[in-house]
Ligand binder design. Structure first.
Ligand SMILES: [Zn+2]
Length: 125
């Protein structure tokens, strides 16, 4: 049985908005970084994001911390899942992710159980 998330059109729009807001806040921060280094204008930075869509240039990502970079990737992946109506499903167990969790972390790729399992595994490193 192919897994499809039970998310209404309205909810999908809400999640899309949340994801884009977060994405833009990261990009804005990045624009500030570039403005300070005076290497690139804010408009150019925003332009880069629009054009790059899911693949960003090295220069562009240079202004981000590792966690921001990771978050940006997760946001893009979540937006992609929204388009394919796979949004809200855990990438590991394919069960629905708790909506309360999604409202706080809409880019979450895993349900709480799988996330905890993953975190438990990486703690041993
Ligand atoms: Zn899961």
């Amino acid at each position: 049985m192919p897994a499809k998330a039970k998310i209404s059109k309205k909810e999908r729009e809400e999640f899309r908005k949340l994801l884009l807001e977060k994405k833009h806040s990261i990009v804005r921060k990045l624009s500030q970084y570039y403005n300070e280094s005076k290497e690139i204008e804010t408009d150019t930075a925003l332009d880069l994001v629009d054009k790059a869509e899911t693949s960003y240039t090295k220069e562009f990502l240079l202004g981000l911390t590792d966690s921001e970079r990771e978050q940006l990737t997760l946001i893009d992946q979540a937006l992609e899942r929204l388009q394919k109506s796979e949004f809200g499903l855990c990438l590991i167990c394919h069960k629905e992710i708790n909506k309360k969790r999604l409202k706080i972390i809409p880019w979450a790729p895993y349900c709480i159980e799988c996330q905890e399992k993953k975190e438990g595994e990486s703690k041993g490193q």
